[in-house]
Design a protein around this ligand. Structure first.
Ligand code: AMO
Length: 446
């Protein structure tokens, strides 16, 4: 729009006539004057329409929340006594000279004001398109944007090469039943559960690689922490000495993401009234067996010998570590080799356990990764033991046939990070258009 000024820049135009455009936030009539707040992507400003501008005031009396307007007005400084706080534009207002209605809005189905907004998640998701305009909902996605951006930044600073992973796959990378099969012309194919095999292939050529991509999981359970479509932040690196190098890179990435969110999203964190999780100088780490021993010792629940941490275990080990060290993060490594995918590296000391690692934050897994097998013969052996068809992963095997350095990598789900950073009750709040067993935009059943 020609000559339009963004609301955040109004303070550079005091005493001047300007054009702004955006949505009506709220209208308040006071005596003969009409006040309303205008909102654009950069902020909000109060507009006042005086009876002396006859045409403008007649129009102002008809407008309602969410109407889209183009306003011509004077930017006036507010009297000092009316300045209540230091939020954006609290010291100025627009004296409305002309209102052009660009689009009308139907009456809102619920209160969208900052203070009055209070919806159940189901209603929020049923009305996603409208709800996305609320500042608190926007704050979540602005923070998620920083999380994804800063993952990319950190990877690039550390010489990782970004590649595009495919979403259509001929085989399943992670195994298990949690995969969507699709009709691919006259054949069957799968939606990618993970770019795992592709990031490993790319790593053998580019040394360090990362990708930001969608993964698809046919998670059968309708939990508060699973989606069927996830934004996965994946990394893979060559020339490691052990899984600990992978852990350190994962920790560095997470620390950088935390710092960037703290720096860039202060106003959003304030609006949501949340504090980011605390990462201490060295994030504690322990083996699965040690974690199970600790849980048994402190809470008396005996899960020793289980092949993974249950969600209750994750909560309890996080509580123990928080009490002992103040850290909201803990790494757990060393899972039973046979219970994990074929590519995970078995520990040389005790091959029954692998060099896989999970990062838990505030009682929930955020990240998985670890060292992988880079020896071709060992890989072939695992393919056999895991009863996989080598023809289905021929391209992957080819990469390792011709020389692959010791390597490892990790993956985070962007929605999980957002959820744990902001202490959201349900991961669906961290996905703009969440997909799950019960919903693809619309609820699938009543
Ligand atoms: P994993 O299956 O543990 O590991 O997934 C890695 C991370 O992705 C996120 N995530 C999910 N988030 C929401 N809903 C889901 N259904 C879901 N599934 C996964 C979590 C999880 O920690 N290939 C390995 C990674 C690797 O080793 O590099 C993998 O996919 O944040």
């Amino acid at each position: 729009m020609k000559n339009r000024i963004y609301i955040k820049d109004l303070n550079q135009n005091i005493g001047q006539e300007v054009i702004i455009a955006g949505w009506v936030d709220v209208r308040r009539d006071q005596g003969k004057m009409v006040f309303f707040d205008m909102r654009d992507m950069t902020g909000k400003v109060q507009c006042v329409t005086l009876p002396s501008h006859a045409e403008a005031i007649e129009k102002a009396k008809t407008i309602r929340s969410e109407w889209v307007l183009k306003i011509t007005g004077m930017v006036n400084k507010r009297p000092a006594k009316d300045i209540k706080s230091n939020f954006l534009n609290s010291d100025l207002e627009i004296e409305v000279l002309k209102i052009e209605v660009l689009s009308e809005a139907k009456e809102l189905p619920f209160d969208m004001s900052l203070e009055g907004y209070n919806l159940e998640l189901v209603t929020e998701l049923d009305n996603r398109a409208l709800v996305l305009r609320h500042p608190k909902v926007q704050a979540v996605f602005k923070i998620e944007e920083t999380i994804i951006d800063s993952f990319r930044e950190f990877m690039k600073k550390n010489m990782f090469f970004e590649f595009q992973a495919p979403s259509i796959a001929p085989a399943t990378a992670e195994g298990g039943a949690e995969v969507f099969q699709i009709n691919y012309f006259d054949k069957k194919a799968y939606l990618s559960q993970s770019p795992q095999l592709y990031k490993q292939i790319a790593m053998t050529a580019f040394e360090r690689v990362f990708s930001v991509n969608k993964i698809f999981r046919a998670e059968p359970s309708a939990t508060t922490r699973h989606l069927t479509e996830v934004v996965s932040l994946d990394a893979e690196m060559s020339f490691i000495d052990s899984w600990e190098d992978v852990r350190d890179m994962a920790e560095g990435t997470m620390r950088y993401i935390l710092e960037r969110v703290q720096e860039k999203n202060k106003e959003h964190l304030d609006l949501l009234k949340v504090e980011l999780p605390k990462m201490i100088e060295h994030t504690p780490n322990m083996s699965l067996t040690e974690a199970q021993e600790k849980i048994f010792a402190v809470y008396g629940r005996d899960n020793r010998g289980d092949y993974d941490l249950s969600s209750q275990d994750e909560i309890e080990i996080a509580e123990i570590v928080k009490k002992e060290t103040g850290s909201d993060f803990v790494f757990v490594y060393g899972f039973p080799t046979r219970k994990k995918p074929f590519y995970v590296f078995p520990s040389e000391k005790d091959p029954e356990f692998n060099e896989g690692v999970d990062l838990i934050c505030r009682g929930r897994e955020l990240l998985s990764g670890g060292r992988r097998i880079n020896n071709y013969e060992q890989l072939l052996e695992h393919v056999k033991t895991w009863e996989m068809d080598p023809n289905k992963i021929k391209m992957f095997l080819e990469a390792f046939k011709y020389g692959a350095a010791p390597e490892g990598g990790f993956a985070f789900g962007a929605e999980r990070i957002t959820m744990q950073f902001l202490e959201l009750k349900n991961i669906r709040e961290a996905s703009m258009f969440p997909r799950d067993m019960e919903r693809i935009d619309e609820r699938l059943s009543e």
